[in-house]
Design a protein around this ligand. Structure first.
Ligand SMILES: Nc1nc2c(ncn2[C@@H]2O[C@H](COP(=O)(O)OP(=O)(O)OP(=O)(O)O)[C@@H](O)[C@H]2O)c(=O)[nH]1
Ligand SMILES: [Mg+2]
Length: 455
């Protein structure tokens, strides 16, 4: 395996946060950093009353941290060295060339020396000036939680739509940091020039965002059309916290080969496949991007297509990793995001997944906690459980479907394909005027077919 760059986590345990929650927040951050491609080699934490310190940590802890990364451990007084690594990256995101932002006075790594951590990841949202101070004291690049998530999406999103959405979120993340972090050659000529340059940067970012939004709107229009074409169809969406097992269930329910990985944010693009059941009409299942606590708001808003999938489904399958001690809090995060986009009114089925990892006692406790109504305790790996989920989904749609009689005139037999795709044909008869079908389907689909037959 190739050597990955090293990272150090920094956490501050604020009043009111338990030891346990603090530890699991950091563990989750560690997994995010791992997804981003770093090995976490150390963690520095401190109890503090607030994050207000200039460099997040107190003096002593800051020294400890700098010892790990090879920095001086103090924030130099006087004018800030204007270029920092994170700043260079942000500037690059804003469309500048590497040449503009090259850090000339950076010492090269000594040959053969053990690699020092090059990144510090803070488990909180920190201000641009705190980030800058931390960078100056430690010599490492500093990212906060939001920055890590934005970078993961940036690195891994594949579809053009997801890439555009991420780019917009990233620029929105960058913009305020540029404002407080003036740098670059032209900016050193004087205050006035500096301000003008920042204005220029901001305008550039604004223009770029506008341009990206236009491109996105065009793609989304296409997608809306495609979704519109699917609106008659029976739709189910898998939603839930990242790593809960949505894609594993997607595989099991639809026989598709979507990516499954023991990693946060393995899925960053929506996939739609047909449920493998004999019942008609077919039922479509969507696998969506997972949620996480403190998900950057921008990212929530920008993942419109995922959220649209959720909004347009007739049934949401809330997937929870029941073997995770924090599953209740994770479920709450999922509920909250869905509430935010107005999808909390969509009927749902709670799938307490990974039951294979639980003993009898834990299963019993879960059943008691969540009740039997609208909840299933299951494993994505158990074929009998998967069959039971399929039957629940089919039964749900049975209650939603209506029955109707359609007459398809002989000169309109082309409609038959549409009928067979969007409804279940219960009986078929022929008379002199056309084919008479008794069909079952969702009310919207049946109404549309009826109009088509009568037109
Ligand atoms: N033991 C056990 N592991 C499971 C089960 N379902 C999923 N997993 C594992 O949990 C990990 C995450 O599964 P995914 O299906 O990728 O989870 P996801 O919800 O799609 O995650 P993201 O796409 O990252 O949001 C993988 O290592 C799976 O093998 C289950 O029922 N039992
Ligand atoms: Mg997934």
């Amino acid at each position: 395996m190739s050597e990955r760059p090293h990272a150090v986590l920094v956490g501050v345990q604020l009043p009111g946060v338990t030891e346990e929650d603090h530890a699991s927040d950091l563990a989750e951050l560690g997994r995010l950093v791992d997804t981003l491609g770093y090995d976490v080699v150390a963690t520095v934490t401190q109890r503090r009353d607030s994050l207000a310190a200039a460099a997040v940590l107190g003096e002593g802890k800051l020294k400890d941290l700098a010892d790990l990364t090879g920095g001086k451990g103090v924030v130099p007084s006087g004018a800030a060295k204007v270029k920092t690594k994170a700043r260079a990256k942000w500037a690059a995101a804003a469309g500048k060339t590497d040449e503009d932002e090259k850090d000339e006075d950076e010492a090269p790594e000594a040959e053969g020396a053990p690699a020092k951590p090059t990144v510090i990841v803070v488990d909180h949202e920190i201000s641009p000036s705190q980030a800058r101070n931390l960078e100056r004291a430690t010599g490492a690049e500093v990212l906060d939680r939001t920055g890590v998530i934005v970078d993961i999406f940036h690195k891994h999103a594949r579809s053009r739509e997801a890439r555009l959405q991420v780019e917009i979120a990233r620029l929105n993340y960058v913009a305020p940091r540029l404002r407080e972090s003036p740098g670059g050659k032209e900016r050193q000529r004087g205050k006035g020039a500096g301000e003008a340059a920042i204005e220029l940067d901001r305008r550039k970012i604004r223009d770029r965002i506008a341009e990206l939004r236009e491109q996105l709107a065009a793609i989304q229009k296409e997608q809306d059309n495609r979704r519109h074409a699917r609106q008659d169809q029976l739709r189910v969406a898998l939603v839930g916290y990242t790593n809960a097992g949505k894609s594993s269930l997607m595989r099991a329910l639809t026989g598709s080969q979507v990516l499954v990985e023991d990693r946060l944010f393995a899925t960053l693009d929506t996939t739609v496949r047909a449920l493998q059941v004999d019942s008609k009409p077919r039922i479509l299942v969507s696998d969506t991007v997972g949620f996480i606590q403190k998900l950057p708001h921008d990212l929530v808003a920008s993942f419109k297509s995922t959220l649209d999938e959720a909004l347009e489904a007739s049934l949401l399958l809330y997937v929870v990793d029941a073997a995770d001690p924090r599953h209740q809090a994770e479920l709450e995060v999922t509920r909250e995001v869905l509430r935010e986009i107005g999808a909390d009114a969509v009927p749902n089925l709670l799938l307490l997944n990974k039951a294979d990892l639980l003993d009898a006692q834990a299963r019993k406790a879960l059943r008691k906690e969540h009740g039997e109504d609208g909840t299933m305790l299951l494993s994505a790996y158990d074929p009998a459980d998967i069959e039971a989920v399929k039957q629940r989904i089919v039964a749900f749609f049975e209650t939603k479907m209506v029955q109707e009689s359609l007459l398809i005139p002989y000169d309109r037999q082309a409609l038959l394909g549409d009928v067979y795709e969007n409804a279940r044909v219960v009986a078929e008869d022929y008379d002199e005027s056309g084919t008479r079908l008794t069909v079952r389907g969702l009310p919207a689909a049946i109404a549309r077919l009826k109009r088509a037959c009568e037109a």
